[in-house]
Design a protein around this ligand. Structure first.
Ligand code: FNR
Length: 368
């Protein structure tokens, strides 16, 4: 089939359609799969359609400022590249392509533990005062984990995102069927006696510690000064507990629908979490991030209206990278920025700080 030109991609879904055609089958299976029947994966995006805007008119919207602060660092726009494993499945250069695009747009990148490039390669690809965070899978051997964390801090990472929704990897059947055979990665999985017939995900994740618990949080605080964020929190009780444990942030996320099937969407959890934090006067004590199914700037704006600090985007940048390399990710980010500027104008908000719950109608989301 003829490869559509990059200029023919007008939104983030267009990159997915091209990637599906041009990617290797195993790579497509790994990136695109969700757990079980992929109900949560679909819901992640669908949930945004249950929120409607209540725009304000006759606001002077000539100048739009989309910049914001996440974990103490200034960013051009409140979305970030979330951690996704195995970048070289989609592009021979892997995660550094995302690093370069993130630099061009002053966007934060979260580096995955299970990157295809080495951690140092991804940090070395950083330019200027570009900001990176580390996503951490906690090893059964805590000395390995300590080294990873302290090395990341030494290399300038500005946040530690501990993944807490994956004590065991979810069942991604598309990925399993494609009978993954070559991760092409540097992953130190602790020996090679792993069963690759279970798909890419299982093959590389056998070191992850299912015994990780709240009791470990003080230890993380003792080994690093990076802000600590729990990635994969899914209900208000755990957000409150994270505040009490002294965490600096949470990501409301279900891992892109790849873990617990029929887990709720991050945006729905956000609508539950923010009022509970405000009720206690705790909304300044923790930064709340959200990811999953974000494909349009309107999705980003809805999350900001609800009170999110930052919004993670995973698959769309992988697809853009796989189909078109750096130019693809660059265009995907530019499209999102353009959409965001236009939609803030149409809503009647000139800064991120002006986005608030009165600009959205969440009855469809919360009413069932
Ligand atoms: C992920 N995600 C993920 N999360 C994590 O904490 N560690 C990881 O190694 C990975 N790997 C990974 C690989 C792939 C291919 C995908 C699609 C996702 C989850 C990721 O950080 C994020 O939660 C979701 O991708 C967000 O959903 P969207 O934007 O992909 O819909």
């Amino acid at each position: 089939a003829l490869m559509p030109s990059l200029e023919a991609c007008y939104n983030l879904m267009d990159f997915e359609a091209v990637a599906r055609q041009v990617m290797k089958k195993t790579a497509w299976a790994y990136y695109s799969s969700g757990a079980d029947d992929e109900i949560t994966m679909r819901e992640n995006h669908a949930a945004f359609h249950k929120i409607w805007f209540r725009p304000r008119i006759l606001v002077d919207v000539e100048h739009i400022d989309m910049s914001t602060t996440m974990l103490g660092t200034k960013c051009s726009i409140p979305f970030y590249v979330t951690a996704t494993a195995l970048g070289k499945l989609g592009h021979p250069e892997g995660e550094v392509v995302l690093t370069r695009a993130a630099h061009q747009h002053n966007v934060v990148q979260m580096i995955p533990t299970l990157a295809s490039c080495s951690f140092d390669e991804i940090v070395d690809a950083k330019q200027g005062d570009q900001v990176q965070w580390l996503q951490l899978y906690v090893n059964k051997d805590r000395e390995i984990t300590r080294k990873i964390v302290q090395h990341a801090e030494k290399r300038g990472c500005k946040g530690l995102f501990i993944t807490v929704d994956a004590p065991q990897l979810g069942r991604r059947e598309k990925d399993m069927r494609s009978k993954f055979s070559d991760p092409g990665s540097n992953v130190q999985s602790g020996g090679d006696n792993i069963d690759r017939s279970q798909g890419a995900a299982r093959a590389i994740s056998s070191f992850i510690d299912p015994a990780l618990s709240w009791k470990d949080i003080p230890w993380f605080k003792s080994i690093t000064n990076m802000p600590i964020v729990l990635k994969g929190v899914q209900c208000v009780e755990d957000v409150l507990r994270a505040v009490e444990a002294g965490c600096d942030g949470v990501v409301l996320s279900n891992h892109g629908g790849r873990q617990l099937e029929t887990a709720r969407s991050g945006i729905e959890v956000l609508a539950e979490v923010m009022p509970a934090l405000r009720e206690r006067g705790w909304e300044k004590r923790i930064e709340v991030f959200v990811d999953g199914g974000v494909r349009r700037a309107t999705d980003i704006i809805k999350a900001l209206c609800l009170g999110a600090t930052g919004i993670g985007i995973g698959r769309p940048f992988l697809y853009a990278m796989s189909a078109y390399g750096l130019n693809g990710v660059d265009r995907a980010m530019q499209l999102l920025k353009d959409e965001m500027e236009m939609n803030m104008r149409l809503i009647g908000a000139t800064t991120v700080a002006e986005l608030n719950p009165s600009l959205i109608d969440t009855r469809g989301l919360l009413g069932g």
